[in-house]
Write a protein that binds this ligand. Structure first.
Ligand SMILES: C[S@@+](CC[C@H](N)C(=O)[O-])C[C@H]1O[C@@H](n2cnc3c(N)ncnc32)[C@H](O)[C@@H]1O
Length: 287
């Protein structure tokens, strides 16, 4: 393990994704899938899942991309979603059952250390599920062992916060009221851990992946429809890093911060609702 790796491996993230984050991600599943729909389409197109293929979806959460990939690979292919969150995996399984997708399965396990059958996967995919490893190099080396030679990796991760107004605008509005926060560690496990594409290429190369590449995509994030500023405010304050900060704030401060977020969103509330810029890397490589 690298110096950055803690004694506890991914224990802190596993606890987080089984507790507060699981509650919000399952509660906001429909909203999140709608907000993420444009970038999901871009990522799935780039991954190009084909009939008969064996796919692994890392950090599959509530299963939106497991469903989409399973439809694409068809009954003679299969998709295995892997996630550490029991509640989110349970939601994914419900959705698989309701679509009668016999070729999709979800496993609750730490993808960084899970003992995958070697050499069988054609495609390793993830929508925002691979930025939470304490030791990403070891995790991606482990994931590579699941791939057939030449198998492909395609995942979406967030570019820097400064290019993601849908995150930074609410965050800055709330931070102006909250006590000073500890310095931000850009490499700590979390949504922005892979914002630096050079770092990601280095991790993948060291982990044995070939031809790592990262392509920028700027994607509009439609936080709410017309007349739904309250819905956008609730979304922006309950999902992601701001949710974590506000959960720890006292109730009066939390209410004031939510009001500040609503005020910051207000100028963006147009006839189509509230849309702010999101920006991702689509990272690709070969096993
Ligand atoms: C930001 S959410 C994305 C969920 C889903 N892919 C989506 O786009 O809706 C990150 C997901 O990664 C999962 N995760 C975090 N660390 C993991 C690990 N070590 N192994 C497997 N899943 C992990 C979390 O439980 C969570 O479901």
């Amino acid at each position: 393990m690298t110096d950055a790796a803690s004694q506890d491996g991914n224990a802190a993230q596993i606890a987080y994704w089984n507790d507060r984050a699981a509650v919000t991600w399952t509660a906001f599943q429909t909203h999140l899938d709608a907000v993420f729909a444009p970038l999901t389409a871009i990522a799935v197109k780039a991954a190009a899942p084909a009939p008969n293929e064996h796919v692994i979806d890392i950090g599959c959460g509530c299963g939106a991309t497991v469903l989409e990939l399973a439809r694409r690979v068809g009954p003679s292919g299969d998709v295995l979603g892997v996630d550490v969150s029991e509640p989110m995996a349970a939601r994914a399984r419900e959705r698989i059952a309701s679509e009668n997708l016999a070729n999709a399965h979800v496993l609750v396990s730490d993808a960084a250390t899970h003992d995958f059958p070697p050499g069988g996967a054609d495609l390793l995919f993830s929508r925002f599920g691979v930025m939470f490893f304490t030791d990403p190099t070891a995790a991606f080396a482990n994931l590579r062992r699941a791939m057939r030679p030449g198998g492909r990796l395609l995942f979406a991760c967030w570019r820097p916060l400064a290019d993601n107004a849908w995150f930074s605008l609410p965050l800055d509005a709330a931070l102006a009221l909250l006590p000073p926060q500890p310095p931000f560690d850009p490499h700590a496990p979390g949504p922005y851990a892979f914002a630096d594409a050079e770092r990601v290429r280095g991790i993948l190369t060291t982990a044995g992946w070939r031809d790592p590449d990262a392509v920028r995509h700027d994607v509009p994030m439609r936080l709410s429809g017309p007349g739904e500023r309250d819905k956008a405010t609730e979304f922006a304050t309950r999902v992601g890093p701001l949710a974590r900060l506000l959960a720890e704030a006292d109730p009066d401060l939390r209410a004031a911060a939510c009001q500040a977020v609503a005020t910051a969103l207000s100028p963006h509330d147009g006839v189509d609702g509230i849309t702010l810029q999101g920006s991702i890397w689509l990272v690709s490589a070969r096993a």
